[in-house]
Ligand binder design. Sequence first.
Ligand code: GLU
Length: 394
Amino acid sequence: MQLAHRVLQLKPSATLATATLAQELRASGREIISLSVGEPDFDTPDYISQAAIDAINEGFTKYTAVPGIMELRKAVSDYFNKSGAGSLPEHVIISNGGKHCLYNLFQSAINPGDEVLIPAPYWVSYPPMVELAGGVAVIVPSGVKKHFKVTPADLERHRTPKTRMCIINSPSNPTGATYTQAELDALAQWAVDTRTFMVSDEIYEQLIYAPAEHASICPWWRKHPDNFALINGVAKSYAMTGWRVGYMLAQHELIKACNKLQGQSSSNVCSIAQKAALAALTIETDSRELMRQAFLRRRNLAMEIINTWPGVTCPTPDGAFYLFPDMHELYTSNMPDSMTMCKALMDRAGVAMVPGEAFGDDNCLRLSYATDDETLAKALDRVGQVLFKNKSFG
Ligand code: GLU
């Protein structure tokens, strides 16, 4: 079978591959705890599921407009406006998750050879998606000493005449690092001054832990709509990963381009899922806050354990539900990198984590703490046992 070059050179998603491997090992009888995929362990809140059931019962099962039903686009626009965007529904498109929004955006705004600045550690799918659009992913390293954040000076050092775009993701997947509004403002000002289009992936913006405060690029979009696009969605804040509803805020021409692309590829997001997302965004309950509090408790629990591990550095993250400990002081000749360490921990501790190499930092491993407290404590205890109490390890 002859396959296309673009897919032959494409790496599989490491997050999804690790989660699949953990499931396969479980199916074969191994007891594996997966801290791999970034997915809330909670069920979707009942009032949201009920809206979907109602949609089915009412026969809301036909095609919708490609960029989404107007009520949902309006609810999303109102949502962005709460953070200062000043947008209209025509500035919003609904796609199959934040991931699909990003894919559409890159396909619609990147030309071959355009350089895209991607601060590392980055979410696994940014570089491949940029490359699929013909762009060049230019990685801007940060590292644990800088608490995994970049500054305008870091971006400027990597800027060339071909730089077209940069991607900022706060709170970050995989590190949980969260920019303050002042830090975001500095990055945004740099983007405006250098005419670099900034994509702000804010999918985790509801998952922030005090004393950190909510921060957003929305006010910058209001002032410079041609210079910014925002990505968000219901997956992480409302425990709705499987529903696949993401949204983008951008100026109207770009939304129209994405709409054209979506109309020739996937069409509208599932009509039923759109009704569920509408309920999530328009009905006020405490479910989102209760989940956030559970994540905060688990972050503290996991940090307490990891802080006892000698040689491991892990800044306490202010957002999302990931930890990204720097493990490199524990590397040995038999276990020289994040890939071999993850494999060893899967084999000997029965715990699945994602190698930092997939996120552009081979010193680290990513673990998701979006799992119940007991399982999380058990997993980290097993990892600690294998790393520090088992002499044969490594
Ligand atoms: N974004 C989540 C993660 O990083 C879901 C899996 C994916 O699409 O990468 O685990």
